[in-house]
Design a protein. Structure first.
Ligand SMILES: *[C@@H]1O[C@H](CO)[C@@H](O)[C@H](O)[C@H]1NC(C)=O
Ligand SMILES: *[C@@H]1O[C@H](CO)[C@@H](O)[C@H](O)[C@H]1NC(C)=O
Ligand SMILES: *[C@@H]1O[C@H](CO)[C@@H](O)[C@H](O)[C@H]1NC(C)=O
Length: 313
């Protein structure tokens, strides 16, 4: 009997070490694991996939790369992304996620909350607060490198989240310092639009717009402070310096929408037709009334528009 066991061990051990026995054991978990992060890959992905957003590309590249490199960051990474519809706010979360997790946005470690969908009933706010606190705590305690995306954050819930964003060693034995929180919001879109339009009218190069240009960051702060719907929660975040980066997304011009159409043709495995793409882009609505410089819906609905130009096979 003893020698039998010995024989089995003798037989299995070399095989086990060779073939990564423990990998097979871990297989189900491993499928939804972290990628080994590479900032060059993130940079290429951002530059290739996101159009007309030089501030966002630079800021996200630096912020995420430094954060992923740090073995012991002092707090969670917190990004607040602002801009109008269709300019790439959701898309950049996808790019970040697919450079961190093998399954990208589909990873069980990425949690997206859409205010109107996940927290629809005002009278149930207390229940949502409790639930959200447990979810964040539970998920980060299982997997420290978790990511939470809030699309139009509900003002009431910010107090629930605030402790997780702060400089703390731990909350009930769990450290949140490896987690990533991203807020997406329309707040400030008019300020961003005005600054961008102003540059355009003066004939300046769009790429020269910086977050400090014409006090854009200060203006966004002030707007966040004073906006009746958002002021309360944002002001407490601003006062306590819990948000690491405010990232403005600029309105898109015709050439960027054209790039979106070309990319969309690629995704649909069509031959990329430069002139057709131009027609489709030109057909989107633009503002302001006189100059028609910026796309009202950004690149949103570009695909639907394009379908109208295609001949049925
Ligand atoms: C993690 O978050 C999800 C919601 O995204 C929730 O359904 C789940 O219960 C949470 N897990 C834990 C362990 O709290
Ligand atoms: C943007 O500019 C327009 C016209 O100059 C002005 O009416 C509007 O108040 C500005 N918006 C913001 C948020 O500054
Ligand atoms: C495009 O082609 C690739 C590779 O041939 C395929 O994996 C993908 O599903 C196709 N996409 C569409 C939208 O047809």
């Amino acid at each position: 009997m003893k020698s039998g066991t010995f024989f089995v061990l003798f037989f299995i051990l070399p095989v086990a070490t060779e073939a990564g026995f423990w990998d097979i054991f871990d297989m189900f978990n491993k499928d939804d694991d972290l990628l080994s992060f590479n900032s060059k890959d993130l940079e290429n992905d951002l530059r290739k996939s996101l159009f007309g957003q030089h501030i966002a590309v630079d800021t996200v590249l630096k912020a995420v790369s430094w954060f992923m490199r740090e073995t012991d960051p002092p707090k969670a990474l917190v990004l607040s992304i602002h801009g109008q519809t269709g300019v790439g706010k959701n898309y950049i979360t996808k790019i970040i996620a697919r450079n961190i997790y093998k399954l990208g946005l589909k990873s069980n470690h990425v949690h997206t909350f859409i205010s109107g969908y996940h927290f629809p009933h005002e009278e149930m706010a207390e229940m949502y607060e409790l639930q959200l606190r447990q979810w964040i705590h539970g998920n980060v305690s299982n997997f420290p490198r978790s990511m939470f995306i809030f699309d139009e954050m509900h003002p009431r819930l910010i107090d629930t989240i605030k402790p997780f964003l702060d400089y703390t060693d731990n909350i009930d034995g769990v450290s949140f310092n490896k987690a990533i929180f991203i807020f997406l919001s329309h707040t400030g879109e008019h300020i961003i639009g005005n600054v961008t339009l102003d540059f355009w009218r003066r004939g300046c190069n769009r790429e020269e717009i910086q977050i400090q240009s014409e006090g854009m960051e200060t203006q966004i702060f002030e707007y966040l402070f004073n906006d009746k719907n958002n002021g309360f929660w944002h002001s407490s975040l601003i006062n306590q310096h819990l948000i690491d980066h405010y990232i403005p997304f600029l309105p898109l011009e015709l050439k960027h929408v054209h790039q979106c159409v070309m990319a969309e043709m690629g995704h649909l495995n069509m031959t990329q037709d430069y002139d057709l793409a131009y027609k489709v882009a030109k057909d989107m609505p633009f503002f302001p009334e006189e100059e028609k410089v910026f796309a009202v819906k950004g690149c949103k609905t570009v695909r639907q528009k394009m379908v109208l130009y295609l001949k049925l096979q």
